[in-house]
Design a protein around this ligand. Structure first.
Ligand code: IVH
Length: 693
């Protein structure tokens, strides 16, 4: 008897296409936006399904399938350079039997005695460093594996990456690859700041690391607390027999190499290492998402070679992100300092990654609808490095009768004012900015925060001062008396005096910080700096019309409207008058004021050597109102080329028609101090005063 098995070829093809599309979309969110929306596990499961479908139907494999290429993190703001050796990813698995199969395959195909090197899998973003004659000359991201983004300037601001190697004995030229990551402490600090500034926090340390590595302003990178660990040395005729030996040598040159690796002789030692680190990693100060198992002997690595995407001599065993299932008891709706209302879930306490979780974020009303969540449901909670755990799903099979559909409030839970939602916003806001107690207290906390007025006090002090009716707006702080402060619980003469001294000292805070401290919606630290530099004093900013605001770099419609709205309110103007009367600075002082506005609105890329250091040159650009950028793009106004400029930058500038100036031409330009209003709007690449190459 003949049995016909019907295979739905059209259906398989359709599923392959669907998976490719979804993977491509998630690659973009992960690599380019540094903001993934699905868990690593779900992503890996999608990829595994695609791999098995393509394996069963090789006729459908195309070179552009995500199974054949690494996801790309390339961004147009950076120059791109080719990798000398393709920068591949690793095959990964969540299944220990596949690690066993990897070890078996290696034994069979090598047929000789060898060892494995087991290492931690650092959860960051891949980097490739080139050292020439002991100096760091280039740092590239993985990019698409063939070319990478040039992030050399940014990498020079990462503390544990040496610009110059120690000792001698290093090859004239070599590459070393590794991971840039953000330790938990730096991550928490960064996210706390972002939350305070009402910026979107990073989902986890890995996204924070990749986002920070791609910052446009290299100086800002140094404040992000990034670190690097290196795990793969490459070069021509390197004198090492094993991977372990190569890493030991790299460490002796002062390069950051982890000492947590272990040489294993077989699968049982590998499994021991995995099970040890599965627990021990929780005590590490940085995130790890698995273990990498590599063949240690370099000639055998060479023998095994690569597939299109992975080395055959290594595999990653990944730890599954811990999840817990628990009951949703209720939802609180919290009001932030700018009035944004966030739903926060109250949960039946559950143990997750060593801590008891009772609350988790639900983001916004759209997310609640997407999850189709009900009070009384069993929900999945995940941590994955976030400050506050999040709800990632609902176990619909366990939904019991009597669960309640949550209703997002239409009034502020704090002051009862009807909530509003701006067009295109996922969040609801309480518009009662000047009466809602939570918003008023939130604004005071923001005003005194470190990056704003830096007054030594915390939320509890603000709470007490507000509840006693001493303080309602920031200006009230400057009328506080010692007698009032002594009525606060636990306050003595010394603490009261310290607080008053700190308030007094805050009067010296520079204008850009004062502007940030006002807490205008969407005005973060950087925008406050730009505005302060552009308008020079508060009155010019108050009187700026929409068109003028929009002409400022990085100010779009949302920011412009928020500024106009803020200054249209009488209470805000009165508050500013009172702060002025208290002695706060509302204009740029001589030192922080630009030396001139000759470069106002100009973005300048520098390349090569100058009569002063590159850092000094960048400083000069900003002091004259310009902006420094690390790579040539359509938005570059000039390429400032010194001696021996990068040929790639010159080529790109020529290709894009960007004006190229030399140091003499540049110095000529900044000899023309003008006030902002006198600066003619000449657009991007005006040819005036250009010394063209
Ligand atoms: S070795 C040829 N070792 O994980 C590939 N990679 O998911 C050499 N990673 O692409 C990579 N820790 O960015 C290697 N100890 C380690 C690692 C590691 C983290 C990253 C790396 C890799 C990715 C794969």
């Amino acid at each position: 008897m003949i049995i016909f098995r019907f295979v739905d070829i059209a259906g398989i093809r359709k599923r392959i296409e669907e998976l490719r599309k979804e993977i491509a979309e998630n690659n973009r969110r992960y690599y380019v936006d540094s903001a993934p929306v699905i868990s690593d596990y779900d992503y890996d499961m999608m990829m595994n399904e695609l791999i098995s479908l393509e394996k069963a139907h090789p006729e459908f494999i195309t070179p552009d399938s995500p199974t054949q290429r690494v996801g790309s993190d390339l961004r147009k703001e950076f120059d791109q350079y080719p990798h000398r050796y393709p920068m591949l990813s690793l095959g990964n698995t969540y299944d220990i039997t596949e690690v066993e199969a990897f070890a078996d395959r290696a034994v069979k195909s090598l047929g000789k005695t060898f060892t494995f090197c087991c290492e931690l899998k650092f959860d960051g973003t891949a980097i490739c460093l080139t050292y020439r004659h002991g100096r760091l000359v280039r740092a590239l991201t993985r990019g698409d594996g063939v070319v990478g983004d040039d992030v050399t300037e940014n990498v020079r601001h990462i503390g544990n990456i040496p610009r110059k190697l120690e000792g001698d004995g290093y090859p004239d030229e070599f590459e070393i690859r590794g991971e840039i990551y953000m330790p938990y402490e730096a991550f928490d600090r960064l996210n706390e700041e972002r939350l305070r500034d009402e910026d979107q926090p990073f989902a986890n340390p890995r996204n924070a690391a990749s986002g920070s590595l791609k910052l446009i302003n290299p100086a800002e990178v140094s404040h992000r607390g990034l670190e690097c660990t290196l795990y793969h040395l490459l070069g021509e005729n390197l004198p090492f027999l094993t991977h372990d030996e190569a890493l030991k040598a790299a460490a002796s040159w002062g390069l950051p190499v982890s000492d947590k690796r272990r040489i294993c002789t077989g699968i049982s030692e590998i499994e021991e290492y995995i099970s040890y680190w599965d627990t021990a990693r929780k005590a590490l100060p940085f995130a790890t998402d698995g273990i990498v198992i590599k063949i240690n002997e370099l000639p055998y690595q060479k023998e095994l070679g690569f597939t299109a995407k992975f080395p055959r001599w290594a595999v990653a065993y990944k730890f599954k992100a811990e999840q817990a299932l628990t009951k949703l008891l209720s939802i609180d709706y919290q009001v932030g300092r700018t009035g944004a209302v966030t739903p926060v879930a109250n949960l039946e306490p559950v143990l997750l990654s060593g801590t008891t979780v009772k609350r988790a974020s639900l983001h916004n009303s759209e997310q609640m609808q997407l999850l189709n969540i009900r009070i009384g449901d069993y929900v999945y909670v995940e941590k994955g490095g976030e400050i506050i755990p999040k709800i990632t799903g609902v176990e619909l099979d366990r939904r019991e009768p009597g669960t309640i559909v949550p209703v997002f409030p239409d009034k502020c839970p704090d002051c009862g004012t009807p909530l509003v939602r701006d067009e295109g916003e996922a969040r609801f806001f309480c518009p009662n900015a000047d009466g809602c107690p939570t918003q008023l207290k939130g604004k005071l906390v923001h005003f005194i925060s470190r990056k704003a007025m830096n007054v030594i006090a915390g939320d509890a002090t603000v709470d007490q001062l507000f509840n006693l009716g001493y303080v309602r707006t920031p200006a009230d702080l400057y009328s506080l008396t010692k007698a009032q402060l002594l009525t606060l619980e636990g306050w003595k003469d010394r603490s009261a005096q310290r607080f008053l001294d700190s308030l007094e000292a805050s009067k010296q805070t520079a204008f850009d910080h004062v502007l940030f401290a006002l807490g205008i919606r969407y005005i973060g630290e950087t925008t406050a700096k730009t505005l302060a530099r552009h308008f020079h004093d508060i009155d010019s900013l108050i009187h700026a019309d929409r068109e003028t605001l929009l002409s400022v770099e990085d100010v779009g419609e949302v920011i412009a409207d928020s500024i106009l709205d803020y200054f249209s309110r009488q209470e805000n103007l009165e508050g500013i008058d009172r702060l002025k009367a208290a002695g706060l600075r509302f204009s740029m002082d001589e030192e922080s004021a630009p030396a001139s506005y000759a470069l106002e609105g100009k973005t300048i890329v520098i390349s090569g050597n100058f009569s002063i250091s590159r850092e000094e040159m960048k400083e000069l650009i900003t002091r004259h109102g310009g902006r420094n950028s690390s790579s040539v793009s359509g938005r570059t106004s000039y390429l400032l080329a010194g001696e021996k400029p990068g040929p790639e930058k010159i080529r790109k500038a020529k290709e894009l028609g960007v004006g190229i100036i030399d140091e003499a031409g540049f110095r000529e330009m900044i000899r023309l101090p003008q006030k902002p209003s006198d600066v003619p709007d000449s657009g991007g690449n005006d040819a005036l005063q250009l010394t063209l190459f």
